[in-house]
Ligand binder design. Structure first.
Ligand code: ACO
Length: 442
Protein backbone atom coordinates (compact mmCIF):
# COMPACT_ATOMS: atom_id res chain seq x y z
CA UNK A 1 0.00 0.00 0.00
CA UNK A 2 1.12 3.53 -0.80
CA UNK A 3 0.69 6.83 0.99
CA UNK A 4 -0.40 5.33 4.29
CA UNK A 5 -1.65 7.95 6.69
CA UNK A 6 -4.65 10.01 7.71
CA UNK A 7 -7.53 9.79 5.23
CA UNK A 8 -10.01 11.89 7.22
CA UNK A 9 -10.48 13.37 10.68
CA UNK A 10 -13.35 14.43 12.93
CA UNK A 11 -13.13 16.41 16.18
CA UNK A 12 -15.47 16.73 19.14
CA UNK A 13 -15.37 19.30 21.95
CA UNK A 14 -18.05 20.18 24.52
CA UNK A 15 -20.44 22.98 23.71
CA UNK A 16 -19.83 24.93 26.89
CA UNK A 17 -16.82 27.06 27.70
CA UNK A 18 -15.56 29.59 30.20
CA UNK A 19 -13.96 32.83 29.01
CA UNK A 20 -10.34 33.15 30.22
CA UNK A 21 -10.55 36.92 30.75
CA UNK A 22 -13.61 36.45 32.95
CA UNK A 23 -11.83 33.63 34.75
CA UNK A 24 -8.85 35.91 35.48
CA UNK A 25 -11.21 38.39 37.18
CA UNK A 26 -13.06 35.65 39.02
CA UNK A 27 -9.83 34.04 40.26
CA UNK A 28 -8.45 37.43 41.31
CA UNK A 29 -5.20 37.04 39.34
CA UNK A 30 -3.57 39.88 37.44
CA UNK A 31 -5.22 40.82 34.14
CA UNK A 32 -3.47 39.01 31.28
CA UNK A 33 -2.18 36.08 33.29
CA UNK A 34 -4.27 33.47 31.45
CA UNK A 35 -4.91 35.34 28.21
CA UNK A 36 -1.35 36.61 27.60
CA UNK A 37 0.75 34.60 30.06
CA UNK A 38 -0.75 31.28 28.94
CA UNK A 39 -2.08 32.57 25.60
CA UNK A 40 -5.58 31.16 26.11
CA UNK A 41 -8.96 32.70 25.16
CA UNK A 42 -11.55 30.09 26.10
CA UNK A 43 -11.65 26.78 27.92
CA UNK A 44 -14.11 24.02 27.04
CA UNK A 45 -15.42 21.79 29.81
CA UNK A 46 -18.12 19.22 30.44
CA UNK A 47 -20.41 18.41 33.36
CA UNK A 48 -21.31 15.03 34.88
CA UNK A 49 -23.20 14.00 31.72
CA UNK A 50 -19.97 13.34 29.83
CA UNK A 51 -17.08 10.97 30.48
CA UNK A 52 -14.27 9.53 28.34
CA UNK A 53 -16.55 6.85 26.91
CA UNK A 54 -19.32 9.27 25.94
CA UNK A 55 -16.99 11.74 24.20
CA UNK A 56 -15.32 8.90 22.27
CA UNK A 57 -18.72 7.45 21.30
CA UNK A 58 -19.71 10.90 20.06
CA UNK A 59 -16.64 11.48 17.92
CA UNK A 60 -16.63 8.00 16.36
CA UNK A 61 -20.36 7.92 15.53
CA UNK A 62 -20.28 11.49 14.20
CA UNK A 63 -17.25 10.61 12.08
CA UNK A 64 -18.90 7.51 10.58
CA UNK A 65 -22.13 9.40 9.81
CA UNK A 66 -20.42 12.46 8.32
CA UNK A 67 -18.11 10.40 6.12
CA UNK A 68 -20.64 7.68 5.27
CA UNK A 69 -18.40 4.81 6.35
CA UNK A 70 -19.74 1.39 7.31
CA UNK A 71 -18.51 -0.20 10.54
CA UNK A 72 -17.82 -3.36 8.51
CA UNK A 73 -14.98 -1.50 6.75
CA UNK A 74 -13.00 -1.10 9.98
CA UNK A 75 -10.41 -3.73 10.98
CA UNK A 76 -8.61 -1.84 13.72
CA UNK A 77 -9.59 0.69 16.37
CA UNK A 78 -7.15 2.20 18.85
CA UNK A 79 -7.78 4.70 21.60
CA UNK A 80 -5.15 7.05 23.02
CA UNK A 81 -6.26 8.57 26.32
CA UNK A 82 -5.21 9.22 29.89
CA UNK A 83 -8.76 9.79 31.16
CA UNK A 84 -9.15 6.54 33.04
CA UNK A 85 -12.45 5.46 34.60
CA UNK A 86 -11.62 1.76 34.75
CA UNK A 87 -8.34 0.04 35.52
CA UNK A 88 -9.11 -3.04 33.40
CA UNK A 89 -11.86 -2.33 30.90
CA UNK A 90 -10.65 -0.27 27.97
CA UNK A 91 -12.49 2.58 26.29
CA UNK A 92 -12.01 0.66 23.03
CA UNK A 93 -14.25 -2.17 24.26
CA UNK A 94 -16.98 0.36 25.15
CA UNK A 95 -16.78 1.70 21.57
CA UNK A 96 -17.54 -1.79 20.28
CA UNK A 97 -21.23 -1.09 21.04
CA UNK A 98 -21.17 1.06 17.89
CA UNK A 99 -20.08 -1.94 15.82
CA UNK A 100 -22.79 -4.32 17.11
CA UNK A 101 -25.39 -3.55 14.49
CA UNK A 102 -22.94 -4.21 11.65
CA UNK A 103 -22.03 -7.60 13.13
CA UNK A 104 -18.33 -6.70 12.90
CA UNK A 105 -16.64 -7.91 16.08
CA UNK A 106 -13.30 -8.59 14.40
CA UNK A 107 -11.53 -5.34 15.27
CA UNK A 108 -7.93 -5.28 16.55
CA UNK A 109 -6.35 -2.57 18.71
CA UNK A 110 -6.85 -1.41 22.29
CA UNK A 111 -6.10 1.60 24.53
CA UNK A 112 -2.69 3.21 24.85
CA UNK A 113 -1.82 5.39 27.82
CA UNK A 114 0.93 7.80 28.72
CA UNK A 115 -0.24 11.33 29.50
CA UNK A 116 -0.80 13.29 26.27
CA UNK A 117 1.16 10.84 24.09
CA UNK A 118 -1.14 7.78 23.83
CA UNK A 119 -2.78 8.93 20.59
CA UNK A 120 0.57 9.33 18.85
CA UNK A 121 1.55 5.78 19.73
CA UNK A 122 -1.90 4.58 18.62
CA UNK A 123 -1.50 6.39 15.29
CA UNK A 124 1.93 4.84 14.72
CA UNK A 125 0.45 1.39 15.49
CA UNK A 126 -2.40 1.89 13.04
CA UNK A 127 -0.13 3.10 10.23
CA UNK A 128 2.31 0.27 10.88
CA UNK A 129 -0.54 -2.27 10.81
CA UNK A 130 -1.53 -1.08 7.34
CA UNK A 131 2.14 -1.28 6.31
CA UNK A 132 2.57 -4.84 7.64
CA UNK A 133 1.91 -8.40 6.49
CA UNK A 134 -0.82 -8.57 9.17
CA UNK A 135 -2.94 -6.04 7.28
CA UNK A 136 -6.17 -7.51 5.87
CA UNK A 137 -7.16 -4.63 3.62
CA UNK A 138 -9.58 -2.91 6.00
CA UNK A 139 -9.22 0.58 7.45
CA UNK A 140 -8.21 1.70 10.95
CA UNK A 141 -9.70 4.25 13.33
CA UNK A 142 -7.57 6.11 15.86
CA UNK A 143 -9.43 7.90 18.63
CA UNK A 144 -7.38 10.33 20.70
CA UNK A 145 -8.49 12.73 23.39
CA UNK A 146 -9.19 13.54 27.00
CA UNK A 147 -11.10 15.47 29.58
CA UNK A 148 -8.33 17.71 30.94
CA UNK A 149 -9.21 19.01 34.38
CA UNK A 150 -7.02 20.32 37.20
CA UNK A 151 -7.60 21.04 40.87
CA UNK A 152 -8.21 24.70 41.69
CA UNK A 153 -4.96 26.69 41.53
CA UNK A 154 -2.56 27.87 38.83
CA UNK A 155 -3.01 24.79 36.62
CA UNK A 156 -6.82 24.98 36.41
CA UNK A 157 -6.93 27.54 33.55
CA UNK A 158 -4.79 25.17 31.48
CA UNK A 159 -7.58 22.56 31.27
CA UNK A 160 -9.90 21.78 28.36
CA UNK A 161 -11.62 18.87 26.67
CA UNK A 162 -11.57 17.38 23.18
CA UNK A 163 -11.23 14.18 21.20
CA UNK A 164 -10.51 13.33 17.57
CA UNK A 165 -11.26 10.33 15.39
CA UNK A 166 -8.90 9.69 12.49
CA UNK A 167 -9.35 7.26 9.63
CA UNK A 168 -6.07 5.58 8.73
CA UNK A 169 -5.34 3.65 5.56
CA UNK A 170 -3.62 3.73 2.16
CA UNK A 171 -3.95 6.49 -0.46
CA UNK A 172 -4.32 9.09 2.25
CA UNK A 173 -3.99 12.83 1.56
CA UNK A 174 -1.77 13.09 4.66
CA UNK A 175 0.90 10.47 4.03
CA UNK A 176 3.06 9.55 7.01
CA UNK A 177 6.77 9.88 6.30
CA UNK A 178 7.61 6.57 7.99
CA UNK A 179 11.40 6.91 8.43
CA UNK A 180 11.28 10.53 9.62
CA UNK A 181 10.68 10.21 13.32
CA UNK A 182 12.54 11.62 16.31
CA UNK A 183 11.62 10.14 19.68
CA UNK A 184 12.67 10.96 23.23
CA UNK A 185 11.58 9.12 26.40
CA UNK A 186 12.72 9.47 29.99
CA UNK A 187 11.49 8.64 33.51
CA UNK A 188 10.21 11.82 35.20
CA UNK A 189 7.59 12.89 37.72
CA UNK A 190 6.38 16.10 36.07
CA UNK A 191 2.67 15.27 35.61
CA UNK A 192 1.11 11.99 36.70
CA UNK A 193 -2.08 10.53 38.17
CA UNK A 194 -1.17 8.39 41.18
CA UNK A 195 -4.36 9.20 43.11
CA UNK A 196 -6.78 6.77 41.52
CA UNK A 197 -9.74 8.20 43.42
CA UNK A 198 -9.32 11.59 41.74
CA UNK A 199 -9.72 12.88 38.22
CA UNK A 200 -6.95 15.43 38.83
CA UNK A 201 -3.29 14.95 38.02
CA UNK A 202 -0.43 15.62 40.40
CA UNK A 203 1.62 18.32 38.67
CA UNK A 204 5.08 19.79 39.02
CA UNK A 205 4.29 22.67 36.62
CA UNK A 206 7.80 24.15 36.32
CA UNK A 207 9.36 20.70 35.76
CA UNK A 208 6.76 19.89 33.09
CA UNK A 209 7.67 23.04 31.20
CA UNK A 210 11.42 22.36 31.30
CA UNK A 211 10.78 18.76 30.33
CA UNK A 212 8.62 19.82 27.36
CA UNK A 213 11.43 22.06 26.11
CA UNK A 214 14.07 19.38 26.61
CA UNK A 215 11.91 16.87 24.75
CA UNK A 216 11.62 19.39 21.89
CA UNK A 217 15.45 19.55 21.76
CA UNK A 218 15.97 15.81 21.78
CA UNK A 219 13.16 14.84 19.40
CA UNK A 220 14.02 17.66 17.00
CA UNK A 221 17.72 16.72 16.86
CA UNK A 222 16.81 13.09 16.11
CA UNK A 223 14.27 14.15 13.49
CA UNK A 224 16.85 16.33 11.72
CA UNK A 225 19.33 13.44 11.73
CA UNK A 226 16.73 11.24 10.04
CA UNK A 227 15.99 13.98 7.54
CA UNK A 228 19.67 14.16 6.61
CA UNK A 229 19.94 10.35 6.40
CA UNK A 230 16.80 9.65 4.40
CA UNK A 231 16.18 12.80 2.38
CA UNK A 232 19.80 13.58 1.60
CA UNK A 233 19.37 17.04 3.10
CA UNK A 234 22.78 18.62 3.68
CA UNK A 235 22.18 20.64 6.84
CA UNK A 236 18.62 20.03 7.94
CA UNK A 237 16.82 22.86 9.74
CA UNK A 238 13.41 24.34 10.24
CA UNK A 239 13.58 25.47 6.59
CA UNK A 240 12.96 21.84 5.58
CA UNK A 241 9.59 21.77 7.39
CA UNK A 242 6.65 23.76 6.04
CA UNK A 243 4.29 23.51 9.03
CA UNK A 244 5.00 22.67 12.66
CA UNK A 245 2.12 21.51 14.81
CA UNK A 246 2.75 21.11 18.55
CA UNK A 247 1.06 19.54 21.52
CA UNK A 248 -0.44 22.62 23.16
CA UNK A 249 -0.91 22.60 26.95
CA UNK A 250 -1.55 26.33 26.36
CA UNK A 251 -0.48 28.25 23.27
CA UNK A 252 2.34 30.20 24.97
CA UNK A 253 4.20 26.93 25.46
CA UNK A 254 4.02 26.32 21.72
CA UNK A 255 5.62 29.72 21.04
CA UNK A 256 8.46 28.54 23.28
CA UNK A 257 8.61 25.15 21.53
CA UNK A 258 9.21 26.73 18.15
CA UNK A 259 11.72 29.16 19.67
CA UNK A 260 13.54 26.15 21.07
CA UNK A 261 13.76 24.50 17.63
CA UNK A 262 15.17 27.73 16.24
CA UNK A 263 17.74 27.75 19.05
CA UNK A 264 18.64 24.16 18.10
CA UNK A 265 19.32 25.23 14.51
CA UNK A 266 21.52 28.02 15.88
CA UNK A 267 23.46 25.58 18.11
CA UNK A 268 23.88 23.26 15.12
CA UNK A 269 25.78 26.08 13.44
CA UNK A 270 23.19 27.59 11.16
CA UNK A 271 24.43 30.95 9.90
CA UNK A 272 21.19 32.45 8.65
CA UNK A 273 21.05 36.27 8.84
CA UNK A 274 18.08 35.91 11.20
CA UNK A 275 20.60 35.08 13.97
CA UNK A 276 22.38 38.46 13.86
CA UNK A 277 20.61 39.77 16.94
CA UNK A 278 21.35 36.63 19.01
CA UNK A 279 25.08 36.19 18.30
CA UNK A 280 25.79 36.94 21.98
CA UNK A 281 24.35 33.49 22.83
CA UNK A 282 26.88 31.54 20.73
CA UNK A 283 28.47 30.06 23.87
CA UNK A 284 25.16 28.66 25.12
CA UNK A 285 24.52 24.93 24.83
CA UNK A 286 21.25 22.98 24.90
CA UNK A 287 21.89 22.16 28.58
CA UNK A 288 22.95 25.61 29.84
CA UNK A 289 20.13 27.39 28.05
CA UNK A 290 17.23 25.23 29.16
CA UNK A 291 16.06 27.54 31.95
CA UNK A 292 17.66 30.73 30.62
CA UNK A 293 14.84 33.28 30.19
CA UNK A 294 17.08 35.63 28.16
CA UNK A 295 17.72 32.92 25.58
CA UNK A 296 14.02 32.06 25.56
CA UNK A 297 12.93 35.66 24.98
CA UNK A 298 15.56 36.31 22.31
CA UNK A 299 14.69 33.20 20.33
CA UNK A 300 10.94 33.84 20.58
CA UNK A 301 11.75 37.06 18.71
CA UNK A 302 14.08 35.34 16.23
CA UNK A 303 11.46 32.71 15.45
CA UNK A 304 8.49 35.10 15.22
CA UNK A 305 8.31 35.05 11.41
CA UNK A 306 8.49 31.27 11.22
CA UNK A 307 5.95 31.02 14.03
CA UNK A 308 3.43 33.15 12.13
CA UNK A 309 3.88 31.16 8.92
CA UNK A 310 4.44 27.61 10.14
CA UNK A 311 2.71 27.26 13.50
CA UNK A 312 0.13 29.95 14.27
CA UNK A 313 -2.51 28.46 11.88
CA UNK A 314 -2.50 25.26 13.95
CA UNK A 315 -3.36 26.96 17.24
CA UNK A 316 -6.92 28.02 16.51
CA UNK A 317 -8.62 25.19 18.39
CA UNK A 318 -6.08 25.08 21.23
CA UNK A 319 -6.56 28.77 22.03
CA UNK A 320 -10.34 28.39 22.03
CA UNK A 321 -10.67 25.04 23.77
CA UNK A 322 -7.59 24.59 25.97
CA UNK A 323 -5.53 21.50 26.55
CA UNK A 324 -7.05 18.26 25.29
CA UNK A 325 -4.11 16.07 26.33
CA UNK A 326 -4.11 13.24 23.75
CA UNK A 327 -6.38 15.25 21.46
CA UNK A 328 -4.28 18.42 21.51
CA UNK A 329 -1.75 17.81 18.73
CA UNK A 330 -4.46 16.46 16.40
CA UNK A 331 -6.72 19.45 17.04
CA UNK A 332 -3.60 21.34 15.91
CA UNK A 333 -3.66 19.39 12.68
CA UNK A 334 -7.43 19.96 12.33
CA UNK A 335 -6.87 23.70 12.83
CA UNK A 336 -4.12 23.78 10.21
CA UNK A 337 -6.40 22.07 7.66
CA UNK A 338 -9.07 24.62 8.55
CA UNK A 339 -6.83 27.70 8.32
CA UNK A 340 -4.73 26.82 5.27
CA UNK A 341 -6.37 25.93 1.96
CA UNK A 342 -5.94 22.54 0.36
CA UNK A 343 -4.28 24.13 -2.68
CA UNK A 344 -1.70 25.84 -0.49
CA UNK A 345 -0.98 22.64 1.44
CA UNK A 346 -0.24 20.49 -1.62
CA UNK A 347 3.20 18.89 -1.50
CA UNK A 348 3.98 20.47 1.86
CA UNK A 349 5.57 18.75 4.86
CA UNK A 350 3.61 18.97 8.11
CA UNK A 351 5.49 17.94 11.25
CA UNK A 352 3.76 17.08 14.55
CA UNK A 353 5.43 17.35 17.94
CA UNK A 354 3.72 15.16 20.51
CA UNK A 355 4.64 15.46 24.20
CA UNK A 356 3.33 13.33 27.03
CA UNK A 357 4.57 13.95 30.55
CA UNK A 358 6.46 11.25 32.33
CA UNK A 359 7.88 11.61 29.64
CA UNK A 360 7.42 10.50 26.04
CA UNK A 361 7.77 12.63 22.94
CA UNK A 362 7.98 12.25 19.16
CA UNK A 363 8.44 14.61 16.27
CA UNK A 364 7.20 13.08 13.00
CA UNK A 365 5.79 14.27 9.72
CA UNK A 366 3.27 13.91 6.95
CA UNK A 367 3.49 14.92 3.30
CA UNK A 368 0.29 16.41 1.88
CA UNK A 369 -0.34 14.39 -1.28
CA UNK A 370 -4.07 14.84 -1.83
CA UNK A 371 -6.95 17.24 -1.29
CA UNK A 372 -7.77 18.23 2.28
CA UNK A 373 -10.81 20.25 1.22
CA UNK A 374 -13.45 17.70 2.19
CA UNK A 375 -11.81 17.04 5.56
CA UNK A 376 -11.89 20.75 6.38
CA UNK A 377 -15.47 21.18 5.15
CA UNK A 378 -16.74 18.26 7.21
CA UNK A 379 -14.77 19.33 10.29
CA UNK A 380 -16.54 22.69 10.10
CA UNK A 381 -14.39 23.72 13.03
CA UNK A 382 -14.84 27.50 13.05
CA UNK A 383 -18.61 27.43 12.74
CA UNK A 384 -18.93 24.85 15.50
CA UNK A 385 -16.59 26.79 17.79
CA UNK A 386 -18.71 29.89 17.24
CA UNK A 387 -21.86 27.97 18.10
CA UNK A 388 -21.05 27.49 21.79
CA UNK A 389 -22.53 28.45 25.12
CA UNK A 390 -20.56 30.71 27.46
CA UNK A 391 -20.78 29.86 31.15
CA UNK A 392 -20.00 32.18 34.09
CA UNK A 393 -16.83 31.29 36.02
CA UNK A 394 -18.90 30.74 39.21
CA UNK A 395 -21.14 28.23 37.40
CA UNK A 396 -18.08 26.60 35.84
CA UNK A 397 -16.61 26.14 39.32
CA UNK A 398 -19.84 24.63 40.64
CA UNK A 399 -19.82 22.14 37.75
CA UNK A 400 -16.16 21.28 38.44
CA UNK A 401 -17.05 20.72 42.10
CA UNK A 402 -19.90 18.41 41.10
CA UNK A 403 -17.60 16.38 38.84
CA UNK A 404 -15.07 16.12 41.65
CA UNK A 405 -17.68 14.96 44.17
CA UNK A 406 -19.27 12.38 41.90
CA UNK A 407 -16.11 11.05 40.22
CA UNK A 408 -16.45 7.30 39.80
CA UNK A 409 -19.34 6.88 42.26
CA UNK A 410 -21.81 4.06 41.63
CA UNK A 411 -25.62 4.09 41.76
CA UNK A 412 -25.52 7.53 40.22
CA UNK A 413 -27.76 9.47 37.88
CA UNK A 414 -26.12 12.62 36.50
CA UNK A 415 -27.98 15.90 36.83
CA UNK A 416 -26.36 17.80 33.92
CA UNK A 417 -28.69 19.47 31.41
CA UNK A 418 -28.57 17.48 28.15
CA UNK A 419 -30.12 20.39 26.22
CA UNK A 420 -26.71 22.13 26.58
CA UNK A 421 -25.04 19.46 24.41
CA UNK A 422 -24.62 19.62 20.62
CA UNK A 423 -27.11 17.45 18.71
CA UNK A 424 -25.57 14.00 18.17
CA UNK A 425 -23.73 14.00 21.50
CA UNK A 426 -23.72 10.88 23.66
CA UNK A 427 -24.32 11.40 27.37
CA UNK A 428 -24.14 9.33 30.52
CA UNK A 429 -27.60 8.15 31.61
CA UNK A 430 -26.58 6.38 34.77
CA UNK A 431 -23.99 4.35 36.64
CA UNK A 432 -25.62 1.31 38.26
CA UNK A 433 -24.79 -0.52 41.51
CA UNK A 434 -21.97 -2.45 39.75
CA UNK A 435 -20.48 0.69 38.14
CA UNK A 436 -21.94 -0.30 34.76
CA UNK A 437 -22.51 2.79 32.65
CA UNK A 438 -25.29 3.33 30.12
CA UNK A 439 -25.49 6.09 27.55
CA UNK A 440 -28.09 7.97 25.52
CA UNK A 441 -27.70 10.31 22.54
CA UNK A 442 -29.12 13.78 22.04
N1 ACO B 1 0.15 39.35 32.05
C1 ACO B 1 0.94 38.70 31.15
N2 ACO B 1 1.68 37.60 31.49
C2 ACO B 1 1.62 37.16 32.76
C3 ACO B 1 0.82 37.79 33.73
C4 ACO B 1 0.07 38.95 33.33
N3 ACO B 1 -0.71 39.60 34.17
N4 ACO B 1 0.96 37.12 34.89
C5 ACO B 1 1.82 36.10 34.66
N5 ACO B 1 2.21 36.12 33.36
C6 ACO B 1 3.09 35.18 32.68
C7 ACO B 1 4.35 34.84 33.45
O1 ACO B 1 5.32 35.84 33.28
C8 ACO B 1 4.72 33.53 32.82
O2 ACO B 1 5.32 33.79 31.58
P1 ACO B 1 6.59 32.95 31.08
O3 ACO B 1 6.14 31.51 31.08
O4 ACO B 1 6.86 33.45 29.72
O5 ACO B 1 7.67 33.18 32.05
C9 ACO B 1 3.36 32.87 32.53
O6 ACO B 1 2.41 33.94 32.57
C10 ACO B 1 2.95 31.79 33.53
O7 ACO B 1 2.91 32.35 34.80
P2 ACO B 1 3.68 31.69 36.04
O8 ACO B 1 3.37 32.53 37.24
O9 ACO B 1 5.08 31.43 35.69
O10 ACO B 1 3.08 30.24 36.21
P3 ACO B 1 1.74 29.76 36.90
O11 ACO B 1 1.95 29.62 38.34
O12 ACO B 1 0.59 30.56 36.44
O13 ACO B 1 1.59 28.31 36.27
C11 ACO B 1 1.78 26.55 34.71
C12 ACO B 1 1.72 28.06 34.88
C13 ACO B 1 2.98 25.99 35.46
C14 ACO B 1 1.94 26.23 33.24
C15 ACO B 1 0.46 25.94 35.26
O14 ACO B 1 -0.63 26.43 34.53
C16 ACO B 1 0.44 24.43 35.20
O15 ACO B 1 0.99 23.76 36.08
N6 ACO B 1 -0.23 23.83 34.17
C17 ACO B 1 -0.31 22.38 34.01
C18 ACO B 1 0.97 21.76 33.52
C19 ACO B 1 1.25 22.01 32.06
O16 ACO B 1 0.38 22.35 31.30
N7 ACO B 1 2.53 21.79 31.63
C20 ACO B 1 2.92 21.93 30.26
C21 ACO B 1 3.45 20.69 29.60
S1 ACO B 1 2.79 19.18 30.20
C22 ACO B 1 1.12 19.03 29.75
O17 ACO B 1 0.75 19.15 28.62
C23 ACO B 1 0.15 18.72 30.80
Amino acid sequence: PENIGIIALEAYFPRRYVDQEELEKHDGVSAGKYTIGLGQSKMAFCDDREDITSICLTVVQNFMEKHGIDYKEIGRLEVGTETIIDKAKSTKTCLMTLFAESGNYSVEGIDTTNACYGGTSALFNACQWVDSSAWDGRLALVVSGDIAVYATGPARPSGGCGVVCMLVGPNAPLALEFPLRGTYMEHLYDFYKPDLSSEFPTVDGPLSVVSYNKAVDMAYQKYLEKLEQHDGVEKASIDNIDYLVFHSPYTKQVVKGLARMTFNDFVRGSSSPKYESVEEFRSETLETSLTNKLVEKAFIKTSAKDFAAKTEPSLYAARNIGNMYCGSVFFGLASLLTQVSSAELQGKRVALFSYGSGCSASLYSFRVVGSTEEIAAKLNLKKRLDDRIKVDPADFEAIMALREKTHNVKDYEPSGDVSKLYPGTYYLEKVDHMWRRTYGRV
